[in-house]
Design a protein around this ligand. Structure first.
Ligand code: NAP
Length: 341
C-alpha cells in the first residue's frame, strides 16, 4: 500500500457513494487516483473530485487493475460478484454490504471498537450494518467496564438507509400527499408519507424477525466477541429523510447509574452526549445529519428493573456517515499501518 493509494468506489452514484467522496475530501484522505464505478446505467456520466472531472465507468471484473483500496457500496450481490476480482488484482476491499459480514475470515470492524481486527484481513474487511453501528458505538464503552448482559433496541430508521431512490420516494410521496394526489410506492412496499412500517427486509417466517433485526443480533455478538449477549431488536422505517434513531435499554452484570453512563460516554470517541432535560432537548435525526458523532441522550434508569442494573437511552446517528461511508474511510485510514509494516 502506498501513502497515496489508488481508490476505486463501486456504487459511486449512490447515497453512500456520494458520502465516500465527501468524507475523503473532508478528512483529507490521500488519493493518487480515483476510479468511479457504477452500473452500466451511469457509465459515461462524470463527477467532480478535488477539482477534476472524473468519468464514471461500468463496474466489471477488469475494473481493479492498479487499485489499492476498493470501497464497495453497490448491494450485496454486486459485492459477492466483483470483490473476488478486486482482491485478485491486489486491492483491499472495504465492503459496506452484508455479503461478507458473518464470514469468519472477514473482520467486521468499527474502528473505535475493534480496529485491531483490521490486520487479520485476507483481502476483505466488512463494515457492519448501520443500525448495529449506531447502537454499538455507545454500548461498547459501557460493555468494556460493566458487561452488558441484555439489550433491547427499537429503531426509527430513515429513508436514506434505503438508498437514494427511497429518499426520493419519501420526498415525492410527501409532496403528493400534501397536494391531495394519489401516490403508488415503487421503491418501498408501503405508503411512506405520514406513515411508518416494519423494516422492509424479508421476514423469517419461523422466527418473525426481519433481516435487519437478525443482522443487528448476529453482528453485535461478532463485534463484541460475546456470544452470550442477549439482543432483542425491532426495526421500523420512519418518514425521516436522513439519520437513524434508536431507543435502547440495556442491563449490565453489575449495578450502573445514569451518572456512570454519562461519565463513560463523555470520554467515548465518536459519541456526543445531547441530554438537556431542562430544554427537553435530546438526540434528533435533524441534528445528527451530516455529523460524524453518534448523539446520545435521555440517559436514565430503566424503572422496570428495580435492581439498578438497567439504563434506557435514545440515540441518533447519520447512518450514511458513521453507519457507512465514515466507518469505511476510518478503516482505510488504518490500512497503510498494516500493509506497510
Ligand atoms: N444507505 C445506507 O445508509 C447504507 C448503510 C450501510 C450500508 N449500505 C449498503 O450500501 C450499499 C449501497 O447503498 P446506497 O444506500 O448507497 O444505495 P443506492 O443509493 O441505491 O446506490 C446504489 C449504488 O449501487 C450501484 N449499483 C447497483 N447495481 C449495480 C451493479 N450491478 N453494478 C455496479 N453498480 C451497481 C448504483 O449504480 P447506478 O446509479 O448506476 O444504478 C449506485 O451507485 C448497499 O449494499 C447497502 O446495503 C447502505
Amino acid at each position: 500500500m502506498k501513502n497515496d493509494p489508488v481508490v476505486a468506489i463501486a456504487g459511486v452514484t449512490g447515497a453512500v457513494g456520494a458520502e465516500f467522496i465527501a468524507t475523503m475530501d473532508r478528512r483529507g484522505f490521500p488519493v493518487r487516483k480515483l476510479k468511479a464505478l457504477a452500473s452500466a446505467r451511469s457509465a459515461g456520466k462524470t463527477l467532480s473530485f478535488r477539482g477534476e472531472s472524473i468519468a464514471i465507468e461500468e463496474l466489471t471484473e477488469r475494473s481493479f487493475e492498479g487499485v489499492d483500496i476498493a470501497l464497495f457500496s453497490a448491494g450485496g450481490g454486486t459485492s459477492r460478484k466483483f470483490s473476488p476480482s478486486a482482491v485478485r488484482a491486489g486491492a483491499v476491499v472495504i465492503d459496506n454490504s452484508s455479503a461478507f459480514r458473518m464470514d469468519p475470515n472477514v473482520p467486521l470492524v468499527i474502528p473505535e471498537i475493534n480496529g485491531n481486527r483490521i490486520r487479520e484481513h485476507k483481502g476483505i474487511i466488512a463494515v457492519p450494518n448501520c443500525s448495529a453501528i449506531t447502537a454499538l458505538m455507545p454500548l461498547w464503552p459501557i460493555h468494556r467496564v460493566n458487561r452488558i448482559k441484555r439489550v433491547i433496541i427499537s429503531t426509527y430508521q430513515a429513508a436514506s438507509g434505503g438508498g437514494a431512490a427511497a429518499m426520493q420516494e419519501l420526498v415525492e410521496s410527501t409532496r403528493a400527499s400534501l397536494n391531495g394526489q394519489a401516490f403508488g410506492p415503487t421503491v418501498l412496499p408501503h405508503p411512506y408519507a405520514f406513515n411508518l412500517f416494519s423494516h422492509n427486509t424479508p421476514i423469517d417466517p419461523e422466527t418473525g424477525y426481519n433481516e435487519e433485526e437478525s443482522k443487528v443480533i448476529k453482528e453485535t455478538r461478532k463485534i463484541f466477541e460475546d456470544d452470550r449477549i442477549a439482543v432483542g431488536v425491532t426495526c421500523v422505517r420512519v418518514p425521516v429523510l436522513r439519520a437513524h434513531s434508536e431507543a435502547i435499554t440495556f442491563e449490565c452484570e453489575n449495578p450502573i447509574s445514569e451518572n456512570d453512563v454519562r461519565a463513560i460516554l463523555s470520554r467515548a470517541p465518536g459519541v456526543r452526549i445531547v441530554d438537556d432535560r431542562v430544554r427537553n432537548y435530546f438526540p434528533m435525526p435533524i441534528d445528527a445529519s451530516g455529523q460524524d458523532d453518534v448523539l446520545v441522550g435521555r440517559i436514565r434508569r430503566d424503572l422496570s428493573d428495580a435492581s439498578g442494573h438497567s439504563i434506557a437511552m435514545f440515540v441518533s446517528a447519520d447512518q450514511l456517515l458513521k453507519g457507512a461511508a465514515l466507518n469505511a474511510i476510518q478503516i482505510a485510514e488504518l490500512l497503510p499501518q498494516k500493509v506497510m509494516a
